[in-house]
Design a protein around this ligand. Structure first.
Ligand code: TEU
Length: 582
C-alpha cells in the first residue's frame, strides 16, 4: 500500500472544495461573483468542513474562457476585486483552518498577455520563441483554408492555428484563438512560470491545481517540425498524440518540483488536470518517489456517456463501465500514487442530472452518488453547489448559453450542417459546461441570494426549493449528508487508507465495494436506479452496523442478502467476529 496510517500525507484525509468565482457570490450587484462575495460565505465552507478551497482563475483576464485566458498572472481581475481582497479571503479561510489552492494555467496565456503581445510583434522579437509560431504548410498560400501548419483540431472546434497577418505566420492554440500555447521547450518560459509560482507560494497560498498540465510538452522534431494527427472530421485531425503526454512532460514536472516546491513542501497540495491520462500515466505523475504531483484528475469516468459524435452526442451510462474504470484506477494506484476523486467541476454537467435523478429522487440520488464517491480511496473534490444537490440548468435556447466551448461547437456544427437544431440543443442541455456555471443557489429569493443585479447566467428556477438555506434547515438534506461524509473521512482511517475491493462488477444497477484496514471492514452499496434492487453480498455482513445511509431504514444484509431502496446509498461496518465465519 502506498501510504500507511503513520506516514500518510495530510491530503489523504482532506476534502477539497472548488469555487468558480464568477458564479459563487456577488457582492456589488454587477451580476458576477467576486472575492468580497466569497468573504460573505466562508462560514458555509467551514460548516461543511472542507480542508481546502481551490479557486478557478481569479487573475486578470479578457474572460474569453472565463479566466482560463490569463493576461497577468500576478494580479486579480477587477471583476473579482483586488489582490488585497484576495489576501483577506485567504486570511479568512486560513483562520478557519482551510487551505487555499490557486488554479495554474500555464499551457497557454491570453493573447493579451504582454508576453504574447511582444511575441507577435515581429519574427525577431526576443519573446518570439515563447509561443509556437510556424509558417503555412509548404506550397500553400498563408491564411487560406487547409494551409495551417498541422491538421490538429482545437478542443473548442476548428483548427488549432491562427494566422497572424502582421508577421505572416500562424500561432498554436489548443483552446480558443485567444489562448496561445506557451512554448515550454524554451527554458526562459519555464523559469518565468516557476518564478510566478514561487511568488504565489511566498504570498501564502497552499498549492496549485494545474490546468491541462499534461499538454505542456509537444512532440517537436529536431528541425522544429510538428506532425499531423489521424484525420477526424473534414480536413481536421486528432493531434493529441503530438501534444498529450509529450516527450518532455515528466522532465518538466520534475524540474518544476525542484525549482518551486523543494524545501517548502509540507502542507502544499499539487493536483494536475490530465485529460486523456491512463492509469499508467496516473501512476507516473503521482508516485511520490518521482517528485512530480500529489494526484491527478482522470477523465475516463466522465467520458463514458460521450456518444459516437463526442461529448455533445451523449448516451446513457452503463454502470458496469463506470465500475470498470474507477475500479481500474483504484487498483492501479493502490501500491503507488493517489487518486483525485470527482463527479463535478466547472467543465462537467451536474452529477445528479447526469448519473442520478434530478426529479423525484434528487435528494436520494445526490446523496447516494456522494456516498459512493467519497468512500473511494483518494481525495474527494466537491464542486460548488454539488453539496446542495444543484441540478443542470435546463436551458432551452441557444442564446441562453455563454460558454465558449458550447458556442463554438454550435457554430461549427451548424456550418457543417451535421445535425438538427433540436439535437444540438439536446446535446447542450445534457453536456454544456454552463450546466455547472449557473449561480450558486443560496436562498429562495428572486436571484437566489447570489446577486442584487442581473446574473451573468440565469439562476436555475428550481432555486425556490433547491437552495442552501433550505438544505441547512433539513437534517436529511444533501448538504448535511456531504457534511457527514467529510467528517467521516476526517475521523476514519479505513475511509482514508483502507484497501479497495470492487464487488458485483457485472451488476447493471448496484455499485458495491469494500474498504479494509487492519481487520476493520466497510461495505459500500449504491443503487443507481429508481427501482428496488436485491443483491447477494455474503453472510459475514449480516447484522453489520450502519455508518451512514440516505434512507430512513438503511439496508442491512440478512443471510447475505440485501434489499436496496431506489437510489439508496449505504456504508456498513462489519461487526467484529462476524468475519471469521464461525
Ligand atoms: O479544461 C481542459 C479540458 O480538457 C476540458 O475539460 C475542456 O475544457 C472541455 O470540457 C473539453 O470538452 C481546462 C479547464 O478546466 C477549462 O475550463 C478550460 O477551458 C481549459 O482547460 C482551457 O484552459
Amino acid at each position: 500500500m502506498t501510504f500507511t496510517v503513520d506516514d500518510a500525507p495530510w491530503w489523504t484525509g482532506a476534502v477539497v472544495y472548488q469555487i468558480y468565482p464568477r458564479s459563487f457570490q456577488d457582492s456589488d450587484g454587477d451580476g458576477i461573483g467576486d472575492l468580497r462575495g466569497v468573504l460573505q460565505r466562508v462560514d458555509h465552507l467551514a460548516d461543511l468542513g472542507v480542508d481546502v478551497v481551490w479557486f478557478s482563475p481569479l487573475y486578470r483576464s479578457p474572460q474569453d474562457d472565463n479566466g482560463y485566458d490569463i493576461s497577468d498572472y500576478q494580479d486579480v481581475d477587477p471583476l473579482f476585486g483586488t489582490l488585497e481582497d484576495l489576501d483577506a479571503v485567504v486570511e479568512a479561510l486560513h483562520d478557519r483552518g482551510i487551505k487555499v489552492v490557486m488554479d495554474l494555467v500555464v499551457n497557454h496565456t491570453s493573447d493579451e498577455h504582454p508576453w504574447f503581445v511582444e511575441s507577435r510583434s515581429s519574427t525577431d522579437n526576443p519573446k518570439r520563441d515563447w509561443y509556437w509560431w510556424r509558417p503555412a504548410r509548404p506550397g500553400m498560400q498563408p491564411g487560406t483554408p487547409g494551409a495551417e501548419p498541422t491538421n490538429w483540431a482545437s478542443f473548442f472546434s476548428g483548427p488549432t492555428w491562427e494566422y497572424d497577418e502582421a508577421t505572416g505566420e500562424y500561432y498554436l492554440h489548443l483552446f480558443s484563438r485567444k489562448q496561445p500555447d506557451l512554448n515550454w521547450e524554451n527554458p526562459e518560459v519555464r523559469q518565468a512560470v516557476y518564478a510566478m509560482m514561487r511568488w504565489w507560494l511566498d504570498r501564502g497560498v497552499d498549492g496549485f491545481r494545474m490546468d491541462v498540465i499534461n499538454l505542456i510538452s509537444k512532440a517537436v522534431g529536431p528541425d522544429g517540425s510538428l506532425a499531423d494527427g489521424p484525420a477526424t472530421t473534414g480536413a481536421l485531425g486528432d493531434g493529441s498524440g503530438q501534444y498529450m503526454h509529450g516527450p518532455r512532460l515528466h522532465e518538466y514536472l520534475q524540474e518544476m518540483h525542484r525549482e518551486v516546491f523543494d524545501g517548502r513542501r509540507a502542507g502544499l497540495l499539487l493536483v494536475g488536470e490530465t485529460p486523456g491520462a491512463t492509469v499508467e500515466d496516473g501512476a507516473l505523475f503521482t508516485d511520490p518517489s518521482r517528485r512530480e504531483l500529489d494526484m491527478v484528475f482522470t477523465f475516463e469516468h466522465v467520458g463514458l456517456d460521450h456518444g459516437p459524435g463526442g461529448k455533445f452526442d451523449p448516451r446513457p451510462l452503463d454502470l458496469r463501465d463506470l465500475k470498470a474504470v474507477l475500479g481500474r484506477w483504484q487498483a492501479g494506484l493502490a501500491d503507488v500514487g493517489w487518486n483525485a476523486l470527482y463527479w463535478d467541476n466547472h467543465d462537467q454537467p451536474r452529477i445528479v442530472s447526469r448519473f442520478g435523478d434530478d426529479g423525484e429522487y434528487r435528494r436520494e440520488s445526490a446523496t447516494m452518488l456522494a456516498t459512493v464517491l467519497h468512500l473511494h480511496r483518494g481525495t474527494p473534490y466537491v464542486y460548488q453547489g454539488e453539496e446542495l444537490g444543484m441540478t443542470n440548468a435546463h436551458l432551452r435556447s441557444f442564446d441562453a448559453y455563454r460558454d465558449i466551448e458550447s458556442l463554438r461547437y454550435v457554430q461549427e456544427t451548424r456550418a457543417l450542417g451535421h445535425t438538427s437544431d433540436d439535437r444540438l440543443l439536446a446535446g447542450l442541455a445534457a453536456m454544456s459546461r454552463d450546466n455547472a456555471r449557473t449561480p450558486v443557489q443560496w436562498d429562495a429569493s428572486p436571484q437566489a441570494g447570489f446577486t442584487t443585479g442581473e446574473p451573468w447566467l440565469p439562476v436555475n428556477p428550481n432555486h425556490r426549493s433547491v437552495n442552501a438555506e433550505a438544505e441547512r434547515a433539513d437534517p436529511r438534506s444533501v448538504f448535511h449528508h456531504y457534511r457527514r461524509l467529510i467528517a467521516l473521512r476526517h475521523d476514519d482511517a479505513t475511509v482514508r487508507l483502507g484497501d479497495f475491493t470492487m464487488l458485483l462488477p457485472e451488476h447493471p444497477h448496484v455499485y458495491a465495494f469494500t474498504r479494509e484496514l487492519d481487520g476493520d471492514a466497510l461495505l459500500v452499496l449504491g443503487n443507481f436506479s429508481g427501482d428496488e434492487q436485491r443483491v447477494d453480498v455474503d453472510a459475514t455482513w449480516d447484522g453489520a452496523e450502519v455508518v451512514i445511509g440516505n434512507v430512513d431504514d438503511p439496508a442491512v444484509p440478512h443471510g447475505g442478502l440485501v434489499r436496496l431502496a431506489p437510489w439508496e446509498g449505504v456504508v456498513l461496518r462489519r461487526v467484529a467476529g462476524a468475519a471469521t465465519g464461525g
